[in-house]
Design a protein around this ligand. Structure first.
Ligand SMILES: C[S@@+](CC[C@H](N)C(=O)[O-])C[C@H]1O[C@@H](n2cnc3c(N)ncnc32)[C@H](O)[C@@H]1O
Length: 201
């Protein structure tokens, strides 16, 4: 498995990334009621900036990521009392069908086959489970400096259709933040971050 984040893991937890993930968590908590008995799965958890904020309010989290380096940083933050499972791998590597809540922040654009991933999420979630995806809206590739990436953001209408086709109900898809970045020298571009929230019927 190629670890595209190996060179970035040690410095991932910057003030910028902490700020970005805090905004995601705040927005998610406005819309999703966490329950003490929830088992959650975080797809593309990275160093745990999102999940570790959610963990105290629920029962347990499965952290899943393809980067061993990012998960190494996460492991360093855990105590043996934490109710967590760590999966170094793809979402397909989690097989039990016991998940109440799935969340993912800025990782979906790295997943090559979204339809397949959604079908798997449908299989491993319980009835009435909630799925929360935060990512960027469609962009011209400059967000990743035109490096090859599975998705240059998402058209939320199309992503909504993909969720619905899988069997999920989409409750909302809205812009929750705008990242202004100078990816091309001398040019500031605004990249909209959306949050899509779906439930399993
Ligand atoms: C932009 S980072 C976001 C990390 C974290 N969610 C955050 O917001 O700080 C994307 C993460 O997705 C992971 N990733 C890439 N491809 C993946 C895949 N196919 N399945 C799961 N995670 C993946 C990367 O290793 C990386 O940790």
């Amino acid at each position: 498995m190629i670890d595209n984040f190996a060179g970035r893991a040690a410095e991932w937890d910057s003030a910028e990334k902490i700020g970005m993930t805090n905004i995601f968590v705040n927005e998610m908590l406005k819309k999703v009621l966490l329950k003490k008995d929830f088992k959650a799965l975080e797809v593309g958890s990275g160093t745990g900036l999102v999940g570790l904020q959610i963990l105290p309010s629920i029962n347990s989290i499965v952290f899943e990521d393809t980067s061993e380096a990012m998960l190494g940083v996460l492991r360093g933050k855990l105590s043996n009392k934490d109710s967590v499972e760590i999966i170094h791998g793809e979402v397909f590597d989690y097989q039990k069908q016991d998940i109440d809540l799935v969340f993912s922040c800025m990782a979906f654009h790295h997943i090559p086959d979204i339809d397949k991933a959604l079908a798997h999420l449908f299989d491993i979630t319980k009835a009435n489970a909630t799925i929360v995806v935060g990512d960027i809206r469609s962009e011209d590739g400059s967000f990743h400096r035109f490096e090859p990436i599975p998705h240059c953001g998402f058209d939320t209408d199309k992503l909504t259709e993909q969720f619905q086709k899988t069997g999920f109900d989409v409750l909302t898809a809205f812009t929750y933040n705008v990242l202004s970045r100078e990816r091309v020298k001398g040019e500031i571009t605004d990249y909209e971050q959306f949050m899509l929230i779906a439930t399993k019927k």
